[in-house]
Design a protein around this ligand. Structure first.
Ligand SMILES: Nc1ncnc2c1ncn2[C@@H]1O[C@H](COP(=O)(O)OP(=O)(O)OP(=O)(O)O)[C@@H](O)[C@H]1O
Length: 238
C-alpha cells in the first residue's frame, strides 16, 4: 500500500444556498472508504469536492500529496461513477466504455478487448453494439461502472453506483468492486445509504452529519460502535 493516493481535505469550507459544509480529513490510500450519513448530510458534495465539480470557498483538497484544489475534474487522477450514469445515447455501449480509455475513441485491438472484458466482468458480455436507451437502468449503471474500470485511474469515486439494482445484483457488484480493488490497490470512495454495503466492502468509513464529518474511522472500529448515535443507529438497520 502506498501513500500516493491518500485524499486530504484541509480546512475546506463551502456554502451552497442555505447549506454549509466544513470538511477536514485524511482518507487512507489504497482503501475502500464508504461515505455515508443521512440524506442531505453532504455525501455527494464531499465527492464533488474531491472530483472538482465543486471548489471550496476556503481550504485545500489534495490527492496523493498533490494540491488539486485549482484543477478541473478532467485534470484530477480520478474516475467517477455518478447516479446519473452519463452514457451518450447516440453511441453504442462499447464506444461509451471506450471513451474511458481515449476520449477521441482511437482504440487499439487491445483497448477493444479491454472493453469487452470489462463488460463481461459487470455481467454485460455481448452488449457492445447496444445503445444505452435499450438497456435497463441497472444495466446502464453497470455499463458506467465498466467505463470507470477501463480508465484505471488511481482514485475511483462512486456515488450510489448500485442503488438501482436488486439486492442480489447489488451484492454481486459490491463483491466485484472488492475483487477489482484487490487487483488494482486503487483508492475508492463510495457513497452509500446501505449499511450492508458498508459492511461488505468498506475498509474505512466516513459518516457525515449536516455538512460536517461526524465519524472518520477504520471500518472495524466503526462497526463495533462509534459513540455517535446516528452512526450506530444506521448500522443497526441491517
Ligand atoms: N447547488 C446547491 N445549491 C443549494 N443547495 C445545495 C446545492 N447542492 C447541495 N445543496 C444542499 O446541500 C445539502 C447536501 O446535499 P448533498 O447532495 O451533498 O447531500 P447527500 O448527503 O448526498 O444527500 P442524499 O443522500 O439525499 O443524496 C442538501 O441539503 C442540498 O439541498
Amino acid at each position: 500500500m502506498t501513500d500516493d493516493c491518500a485524499i486530504a481535505l484541509s480546512g475546506v469550507t463551502l456554502a451552497l444556498g442555505n447549506a454549509t459544509f466544513a470538511f477536514d480529513c485524511r482518507l487512507p490510500a489504497g482503501a475502500i472508504t464508504a461515505v455515508t450519513g443521512p440524506s442531505g448530510s453532504g455525501k455527494t458534495t464531499f465527492l464533488n469536492l474531491v472530483a472538482g465539480f465543486e471548489r471550496p470557498d476556503a481550504g485545500t483538497v489534495s490527492i496523493g500529496g498533490q494540491d488539486v484544489t485549482a484543477l478541473h475534474p478532467a485534470e484530477r487522477p480520478v474516475s467517477l461513477v455518478f447516479q446519473d450514469n452519463n452514457l451518450f445515447a447516440h453511441l453504442d455501449i462499447a464506444s461509451n466504455i471506450g471513451l474511458g480509455i481515449d476520449p477521441s475513441l482511437r482504440l487499439s485491438a487491445q483497448d477493444r478487448a479491454a472493453v469487452s472484458t470489462a463488460l463481461e466482468r459487470v455481467g454485460l458480455g455481448g452488449f457492445e453494439k447496444r445503445r444505452p436507451g435499450t438497456l435497463s437502468g441497472g444495466e446502464r449503471q453497470r455499463a458506467a461502472f465498466a467505463r470507470a474500470l477501463v480508465r484505471r485511474r488511481p482514485v475511483l469515486l462512486l456515488d450510489e453506483p448500485f442503488a438501482a439494482l436488486d439486492p442480489d445484483l447489488r451484492a454481486a457488484m459490491s463483491a466485484l468492486l472488492v475483487e477489482l480493488h484487490r487487483e488494482t490497490g486503487n483508492t475508492v470512495l463510495i457513497v452509500t445509504h446501505d449499511p450492508q454495503e458498508v459492511r461488505r466492502s468498506a475498509d474505512h468509513v466516513l459518516f457525515l452529519k449536516q455538512g460536517r464529518i461526524a465519524v472518520n474511522l477504520p471500518a472495524e472500529r466503526f462497526l463495533s460502535g462509534t459513540g455517535v448515535a446516528e452512526a450506530d443507529t444506521f448500522m443497526r438497520q441491517i
